[in-house]
Every structure is written in C-alpha cells, then in structure tokens.
Design a binder for this molecule. Structure first.
Ligand code: SF4
Length: 278
C-alpha cells in the first residue's frame, strides 16, 4: 500500500476506534498547533504535496473492501492552507466516492465547506476540531474558531452529519468549552469527541514556551503523578475523569452523544470517533 494504511494510532492500547483506514492527502500541516502530536515527522509544519497522489490512491483502493471507512486525516489535516490552491483533497474525495468508500474527515480547515457538494453525495461524516475560541496561541495558523463554526453550519445545512472534536482539553487553560459546545450545537453538530492534552517531549517544549505558568503548575501531574502510555504522558486518572465528566454533562444537557479519545475511562456513549453518525 502506498498512501492508505490500516489505522494504528502509534499502537496506543487505549484506542477504541473501529477498524478503519488512514489517508493523509498531504505530508505535514501548516496549522502549527503547538500541542500537535505528529511533529515527530521531520519538518512537519512545512506542509507538502504527495507525489503521484491520485494514481497511488487508486492502486491502494483496489486492495481494500468497498464501504471501508477512510479517515482523513489522523496525522495531518486534509484542509491545510494549500488545499485552497491545489485541491488535492477534493480530488481524493471524488475517487473515494467512485470506489464507494465511507469518509470520516477530521479537520480544523474551514475549506471543508467548499466540498459540501461531494460530501453530501457520499457516505461521509465530518468532525471539526475546536479547542477554544481563544485559539491564537494554541493554533496560530489555523482558521479561526468562528470560521470553523461557519463550516459546521454549512455542512449541516447540506445534511452531512457533523461532530465536534473538543480535543485536546487543557488543565488550567480550557475554560470556554461550554461556549464552544453551545455554538457548535447551534451550528448543527450531533456528537462530541473529547480528550485531555497528552504530553509528548516535543509538544511539551512548545507548550511550556507559550504557557510557562501552566506548564509549571502541571509538570508534577504529568511527569510524577500521571502515567505514561507509549510515548505520551497522561494526567492522573481522577483529574482526567473529572475534566471529561464536565464535558459529558454539557453534552447530556444538549442530548447529543459524547465520547472520549484514548482515555480508558469507559465513558463513551457511542463510537469514539463519530463513525456511528454514518
Ligand atoms: S491541525 Fe492537526 S495535524 Fe495540523 S498542526 Fe494542528 S494538530 Fe497538527
């Protein structure tokens, strides 16, 4: 296989995703989120196009069953800035439609709204990530949360099932997620997936530079009292449970489904990734 691979989130033992495939139309991502989990890939913030993308994807698709779930994207974003110019993701969607695949989009790129026409004609679910409305320091080059809310509204108006990824949530920093969920529900989301910030060596360096005070307050919790899963440092379970329960309560009040991602807290009401919305 060239560009489509079985989804395997760094062999994380807490992953509860259904069987699906992963496809990243671009290498790297220029949204430059400081907490990004994918920056182990060299020169990651320098987004680049893939060689022979469409030809190789067609070859890969011949090897996987029809109606498989193709998740775009798990270690990049299918709508980086250059997608507005090159349209590679749009072309990929057209091929996936031809091969009758189900597509699960995960994005912060509001350009996804441009593709509402294709997405509404195939089996698709879109999950839009919004962590906070004050995202300038966390996601310095991503479209604004307001633009993402607008994309949710447009996709929902087309009848496409849309979920929110409130992901990650930060201890001592995330304080407006009630508003994020509220605005997203008004725009049309049907589901929320959430998770707490997991520290990796490189994202911690960036996070500590931008939020030194919060890093100082949470260092002990991550590196002494929390636990290590693979290469990620987790907050202690009682703290993570408390954070996720607060988010769940808000979702319950709105009557929408809620799940966590790689938390091992047994709180998921439906699929962890929004795939129950297909
Ligand atoms: S949008 Fe996703 S892949 Fe891109 S920098 Fe942010 S976290 Fe990383």
């Amino acid at each position: 296989m060239y560009y489509i691979h079985e989804f395997d989130p760094w062999k994380n033992r807490f992953c509860t995703c259904p069987k699906k495939y992963s496809l990243n139309p671009y290498t790297g991502c220029d949204h430059r989120c400081i907490y990004c989990y994918s920056t182990y890939i060299p020169d990651f913030y320098n987004c680049r196009r893939k060689k022979d993308l469409l030809k190789k994807i067609e070859k890969d698709l011949q090897k996987i069953p029809e109606n498989s779930i193709i998740s775009m994207s798990n270690s990049s974003d299918p709508y980086p800035t250059m997608e507005r110019v090159y349209g590679d993701t749009r072309r990929v969607l057209k091929i996936l439609k031809e091969y009758e695949m189900r597509v699960l989009i995960v994005t912060k790129g509001d350009t996804v709204k441009r593709d509402a026409d294709i997405l509404s004609e195939m089996r698709s679910v879109v999950t839009v990530t919004i962590t906070t409305f004050r995202s300038e320091k966390l996601e310095p080059n991503a479209p604004s949360p307001e633009e993402r809310i607008n994309a949710i509204r447009i996709l929902s108006d087309y009848g496409i099932p849309v979920g929110l990824r409130l992901d990650p949530v930060f201890l001592y920093l995330s304080d407006d997620y009630e508003k994020v969920i509220d605005e997203s529900v008004k725009a049309g989301i049907k589901h929320v997936t959430s998770s707490t910030y997991k520290v990796k060596k490189d994202n911690w360096e960036r996070f500590s530079r931008v939020y030194p005070e919060i890093a100082r307050k949470t260092w002990d919790l991550y590196f002494k009292k929390g636990m290590k899963v693979g290469r990620s440092y987790y907050l202690p379970e009682d703290i993570r449970r408390d954070m996720m329960e607060k988010v769940k309560r808000i979702c319950d009040n709105y009557g929408i489904s809620f799940s966590t991602c790689r938390e091992n807290l047994n709180m998921n009401s439906k699929s962890c990734d929004g795939s129950h919305l297909f």
